[in-house]
Design a protein around this ligand. Structure first.
Ligand code: SF4
Ligand code: SF4
Length: 187
């Protein structure tokens, strides 16, 4: 018998770790899609993306913008009759996508997530000026002007340091993060 995990079980592992795979309990009722405020921005509805996961369509799922469009409102999670935490599944799909380095081109979500994870692993802290290039990348010169205005205002009020500070015990923190998921190797 093959020991290879199904795609559905891989996602469930990233999502629930020790609690089995509830994704397989999906009834395909469509309640999640009907309740989702972001569905019009998704190329596959939440119901469809779960169907694709359970059918093993890994490449189609990873090429979808659905989980990057999720607003994490949890409406689907509280209404799902099968008790599936769909919002958390969307997070699991993002983590899986980052881990495998596979995502739809041209989306800001994966670029932003990569920048954020690298920044957190390198310093243990969030430092907004390092995230600004992601926004500028998406919005061009208009984004640059907006970011510069916002950053100057925050610095003048002492709300934004000029340089990122690193946390104490950074090595331990980095080892902990690498145990959770093999992304964000420190430079
Ligand atoms: S609401 Fe739950 S059971 Fe219904 S399609 Fe969505 S995930 Fe499946
Ligand atoms: S958590 Fe995401 S998928 Fe679920 S209803 Fe909200 S936006 Fe839609």
């Amino acid at each position: 018998m093959s020991n290879e995990l199904s795609f559905s079980n891989e996602i469930a592992n990233v999502m629930y770790a020790t609690h089995g795979n509830p994704i397989k309990d999906c009834l395909q009722c469509g309640t999640c899609s009907g309740t989702c405020p972001a569905v019009e921005f998704m190329d596959h509805t939440p119901r469809a993306i779960i169907g694709l996961i359970n059918a093993g369509y890994r490449d189609e799922v990873l090429a979808s913008n659905t989980f990057w469009s999720c607003a994490s409102c949890y409406h689907c999670t509280v209404r799902c009759p099968a008790g599936i935490d769909i919002a958390d599944m969307m997070y699991a799909l993002k983590r899986y996508s980052m881990w495998k380095g596979q995502h739809q081109e041209g989306l800001i979500g994966p670029v932003f997530a990569q920048s954020f994870v690298k920044m957190i692993v390198d310093s243990g802290r969030s430092f907004e000026p390092l995230l600004a290039p992601t926004y500028i990348f998406k919005h061009g010169p208009r984004g640059l002007v907006q970011e510069a205005q916002t950053a100057t205002g925050l610095m003048l009020k002492g709300r934004l340091p000029l340089l990122p500070k690193k946390i104490k015990g950074l090595k331990k923190f980095q080892n902990m993060v690498r145990r959770i998921i093999p992304i964000g190797e420190p430079s």
